[in-house]
Design a protein around this ligand. Structure first.
Ligand SMILES: C[S@@+](CC[C@H](N)C(=O)[O-])C[C@H]1O[C@@H](n2cnc3c(N)ncnc32)[C@H](O)[C@@H]1O
Length: 336
């Protein structure tokens, strides 16, 4: 989404670029340093507009990026789903959904100003009414929390899930320890309600990270329009390389317990990639360090594997059990 397309439809008009950058800095400070008064920005048209100009534009590409973790068939099937966008803000993921799949989306949003901003975007950009009633959506629905579970809490999130009965649930939260704790709590409650974890876990078992000081998160590399890129530079915020806590749940899913998920990428050695992966071993999910020798790859495979980030799913076989790690070979033809 181009910034210049959005600017005419903001609730507040900024007097200059530096005026907008100041408001972005203010809001970003609230997100990182003033968590106790985090809700304040929701009552100020200037900050809601700054949120829309900066976070809506830089969050939108995350939707397409996370679909890359699904297989081709699953991605294709998404076109048949409508979206329930919980904590929609100015419509970030509803607009992204519309751009990507063209199907409907209904927003749930408690802030009056955010709803007004979303209405203004739908009218200005598409000459359409913004939809706030999930009851009007089709049968197949994905319910998405986009950076909102950490504001509303797990119990409020669960109430929405029970009320709207979706087929899939997606959680896209910041890649922080605090968001991971929330995600784990939601995971446990959903498993108790017979949901299956589709991403990132490869079984329903207890998360091995839950017993550590570490937290499971993924990285997304996203590209922005040059105008948006300029804004991120002026505000000194890296919005290209994004740590995220992503979880996906499905009502019915056969887990791929023979696969592994990269959860950490260590610096490579002269001979191998070094990763920490999470996979089902001895009937439980385990975190294991692996080395992946380069010599097994063709030239093009080397390039592809070097681009793997935390979050990538692999199929592999163990070549050798070393003292503190496993040496593995990837089944390359099965990697999407
Ligand atoms: C950080 S914004 C995220 C906006 C958008 N989803 C995005 O990712 O850019 C979080 C939003 O959640 C909304 N929110 C907080 N608690 C809520 C609740 N209980 N029900 C609905 N929305 C809520 C806030 O008003 C705010 O607009």
């Amino acid at each position: 989404m181009k910034l210049s397309e959005l600017l005419p439809h903001l609730l507040h008009s900024f007097s200059s670029e530096s005026d907008l950058v100041r408001a972005i800095e203010e809001i970003s400070h609230k997100f990182t340093k003033e968590r106790e008064s985090i809700g304040d920005y929701l009552n100020d048209p200037r900050l809601v507009s700054a949120y829309a100009a900066f976070y809506l534009t830089t969050n939108m590409p995350k939707l397409e990026a996370v679909t890359q973790w699904l297989n081709t068939e699953e991605r294709e099937a998404l076109k048949g789903f409508d979206l329930i966008d919980v904590g929609a803000g100015p419509g970030t993921f509803s607009l992204a959904w519309r751009e990507l799949f063209g199907t409907k989306s209904a927003m749930i949003e408690t802030s009056k100003l955010m709803r007004e901003q979303a209405v203004k975007f739908y009218q200005g950009l598409y000459q359409e009414e913004a939809l706030f009633k999930p009851e009007l959506l089709g049968e197949k629905k994905i319910l998405l929390f986009g950076h909102s579970l950490n504001e509303m809490g797990v119990e409020a999130g669960l109430e929405y899930i029970k009320k709207y009965n979706p087929e899939k649930i997606w959680l896209l939260e910041p890649g922080t320890k605090q968001s991971f704790a929330l995600a784990l709590s939601l995971r446990k409650k959903l498993i108790d309600l017979h949901w299956k974890v589709r991403f990132p876990c490869l079984s329903q078992g207890e998360c091995p990270m839950s017993q550590t000081d570490d937290w499971c998160h993924q990285y997304l590399n996203v590209r922005h329009d040059p105008e948006v890129e300029r804004l991120t530079q002026l505000a000194s915020r890296d919005r290209r390389h994004l740590p995220m806590t992503v979880m996906m749940f499905e009502r019915d899913y056969q887990q791929r317990e023979t696969h592994g998920r990269i959860v950490r990428v260590f610096p490579q050695t002269k001979f191998s990639h070094e990763w920490q992966i999470c996979f089902q071993r001895n009937n439980e999910l385990q975190l294991v360090r692996v080395e992946v020798p380069f010599r097994q790859f063709s030239k093009s495979q080397i390039k592809a594997v070097a681009a793997f980030l935390s979050g990538h799913e692999i199929q592999f076989e163990v070549l050798k059990e070393l003292q503190e790690k496993l040496r593995i070979a990837l089944h390359f033809d099965l990697i999407e």
